[in-house]
Ligand binder design. Structure first.
Ligand code: PAF
Length: 280
């Protein structure tokens, strides 16, 4: 497996791969990889000849109030995991190369970024779309794989891919969960064993919603109330940021839930903000 840190070298390698008639699969990450990321790499491997995994903790998607310096990092461990999952190239650019001092060009998806995560993190998605556009430009992928765990991000990046006409097969891969249902996330490492049990409250709330819909309940308001109780029952001190019922592609709010509606929620458990979602 090759490790590339320079943008120029990555561009040259991508040109060489394409020159040989091989396809490129891209999995952008911010590192500190878990089984969820590895599932994206394995999926990319099924879709393309050469898989490039990027590790870049993207400063542009952190607000000044969010602690970029504290974001967990484990480059050595990540490289080992990527190799084990079948990655061919790890691209680890430097922040100063991605965002040189006079950097001033951003890519922004306008409407889809106003709600849900965008409502509480107003500059976040502009950072995500800008860096992913740059990574697309550098690596020229044929296929890119993102996780459904970050539902809004997946929809926003799909919109950007279409709007900017990238010739990329855009794949959203399913969320990977721990045995007890907790969605895998780099943030889970912040919990003590007891807090970790409470973190399951998001999954329990989503299961409550799914069961209600399967038993014929359609009123989003009624389902939301039960979900709020489910969160509180598992984690009394949890603070719910939002519970939303939306159309998968448009993120339009849905009042009468139907099969296929996406239920998503953000909850702060012992100071750690978690997000999760489920197709109902
Ligand atoms: O999901 C992430 O880890 C990041 O938002 C991404 C897509 C790698 C962009 O920095």
């Amino acid at each position: 497996m090759q490790i590339i840190r320079s943008i120029k070298k990555m561009q040259a390698a991508a040109r060489q791969i394409a020159g040989k008639g091989q396809t490129i699969g891209l999995v952008p990450t911010m590192g500190f990889l878990h089984e969820g990321h590895l599932s994206l790499i394995r999926r990319a491997k099924k879709e393309a000849d050469v898989v490039i995994v990027t590790i870049f903790v993207n400063p542009a998607q952190f607000a000044p109030t969010e602690d970029l310096a504290k974001y967990p990092r484990d480059e050595k461990g990540d490289i080992r995991k990527i190799e084990g999952a079948g990655g061919d190239i790890v691209f680890i650019p430097k922040a100063i190369d991605v965002y040189p001092e006079d950097f001033q060009t951003y890519v922004a998806v306008e409407k889809l970024t106003q709600t849900l995560e965008g409502a509480s993190r107003p500059t976040h998605f502009r950072g995500v779309t800008t860096v992913v556009a740059k990574l697309f430009n550098i690596t020229r992928p044929d296929v890119a794989v993102f996780g459904m765990k970050d539902y809004q991000q997946a929809v926003v990046l799909g919109q950007m891919t279409r709007d900017l006409g990238y010739p990329v097969k855009y794949i959203i891969a399913p969320t990977v969960r721990e045995k007890d249902g907790l969605a895998m996330s780099s943030r889970n490492k912040y919990f003590t064993a007891a807090q970790r049990i409470e973190a399951r409250c998001l999954y329990y709330a989503l299961l409550t919603a799914k069961e209600m819909v399967e038993s014929g309940v359609v009123a989003a308001g009624k389902i939301e109330r039960e979900m709020r109780s489910a969160v509180k029952a598992s984690s009394p001190s949890a603070q719910i940021d939002y519970i939303a019922f939306t159309d998968f592609a448009t993120l339009r709010t849905i009042k009468r839930v139907a099969k296929g509606t996406i239920c998503s929620l953000a909850v702060r458990v012992h100071g750690v903000r978690l997000i999760d979602n489920m197709k109902l």
